[in-house]
Design a protein around this ligand. Structure first.
Ligand code: ADP
Length: 386
């Protein structure tokens, strides 16, 4: 409660309504007296000034609400005096709080109506704050309003996000079932003992390759919804890293016959990994290295033991590289750099899923790259002490 503000505001409202100077002063004095008395008792209290319609009559009203613990008696001079000033004065003691209502009838001759009241409301809304205290209060109200709005926006975007995750989950499951059947039939057809032409065998190989690609995409989509739902599960086993990597390289060399895959491993170490998930990371990184570099270039896979008890696995290519402004974003979900969008197929899911898998293995993943020269993707895994 601010005494000067209470006086100025009540004076201004009465003046704007067209009441006589005597009535303006009477009303403002009554409001000030109650405000002053309240300030003597408490720091709290809220003053509301407005116009009330009772059938066809309008009244100027000031209500002051305050804590139930604050009790006014006629020994409070201001309280006693205010009652004498306004024609209608009421003190309502409630359980949750007390309220004082002061009313002055507005003469019919002033011809007040809804439109005039609305205009008056607009006038006060557009008024500059009277003092610093009111300015802060106003800003506070605005800030609270903005915070509420932001809260609501956040809620909405979470809802949309949940719906999107649900859609991805349902859609990928729906695609996976017919894809599995298609792939199985292709394999059966390829394995048939009946004579088939070379041309048909070539076509079957193409269907097989493309359905494998599609299955990988569907798998990534399913992983994304699992990550969002916190359902990515791991079957951890202790394995010798170099042995595991060599096995992966045998497969990758077959899949990528147009690139030269070189390896240079440090001492072998034990790591605790989910082999299938690490296979996914490995084939994503080597697959990218091949996808974003020219045919017949080298891809180098190295391991190196770090002093902090981790082993670092690096995959280096001599491809197109990534600009420094894109380096931070490529591990984000669905992120693809502008220069590959139209030239290379992909959905920007691989690195997001890989980074999640590595983080869940208590490792780190990062990239170093020189635009036009190539990239090195590194990830670490904790070494298990044998
Ligand atoms: P995708 O390859 O399907 O687009 P990823 O999540 O695997 O999805 O990669 C995200 C983006 O990072 C790619 O679109 C590409 O812009 C960039 N990127 C990844 N690996 C490489 C690489 N070895 N060389 C150059 N750019 C790469």
């Amino acid at each position: 409660m601010d005494l000067v503000l209470a006086h100025k505001r009540s004076m201004k409202v009465a003046e704007k309504l067209g009441l006589t100077i005597a009535t303006q002063t009477t009303f403002a004095t009554a409001v000030s007296e109650i405000s002053r008395t309240l300030i003597e008792h408490t720091d709290g209290g809220i003053l509301v000034i407005g116009v009330l319609q009772d059938k066809t009559r309008y009244s100027l009203v000031a209500t002051v609400s305050f804590d139930a613990a604050v009790q006014f008696t006629n020994a409070d001079a201001g309280f006693y005096y205010a009652q004498k000033l306004v024609p209608e004065f009421e003190l309502i003691n409630g359980v949750k709080g007390n309220l004082i209502e002061m009313k002055i009838g507005i003469p019919r001759s002033l011809r007040l109506d809804k439109i005039k009241i609305e205009l008056l409301g607009k006038y006060f809304e557009s008024q500059e704050p009277l003092n610093a205290y009111e300015e802060i209060k106003l800003r506070n109200v605005n800030l609270n309003r903005m915070a509420d709005l932001k809260d609501e926006e956040l809620k909405q975007s979470r809802l949309v996000d949940e719906k999107k995750t649900e859609f991805i989950s349902v859609a990928s499951h729906e695609i996976k079932t017919p894809m599995t059947v298609l792939k199985a039939y292709t394999q059966v057809a390829k394995a048939t003992k009946e004579p088939i032409s070379e041309k048909l065998r070539g076509l079957l190989d193409k269907i097989d390759l493309q359905s494998t690609k599609l299955m990988t995409l569907v798998q990534q989509l399913m992983d994304i919804s699992r990550i969002e739902n916190g359902n990515l599960q791991y079957n951890l086993e202790r394995v010798e890293l170099n042995v595991f990597l060599q096995e992966q390289l045998v497969v990758m060399r077959q899949i990528l016959p147009n690139h030269e895959l070189l390896d240079s491993f440090g001492h072998d170490v034990l790591v605790e990994i989910d082999e299938l998930r690490l296979e996914q990371v490995f084939s994503n990184l080597i697959g990218n290295a091949a996808k974003y570099s020219d045919k017949h270039t080298q891809i180098i896979i190295t391991t190196r033991i770090l002093e902090d008890g981790h082993v670092c696995i690096s995959i280096t290519d001599h491809g197109m590289g990534i600009s420094s402004e894109n380096l931070g974003a490529i591990f984000e979900k669905f992120y693809r750099t502008q220069d590959v969008v139209s030239s290379h197929s992909g959905l920007g899911m691989g690195l997001f899923v890989s980074s999640k898998i590595i983080a869940d293995h208590r490792g780190k993943i990062w990239v170093e790259s020189d635009l036009g020269k190539g990239s090195s993707f590194h990830f670490t895994l904790p070494i298990v002490k044998s």
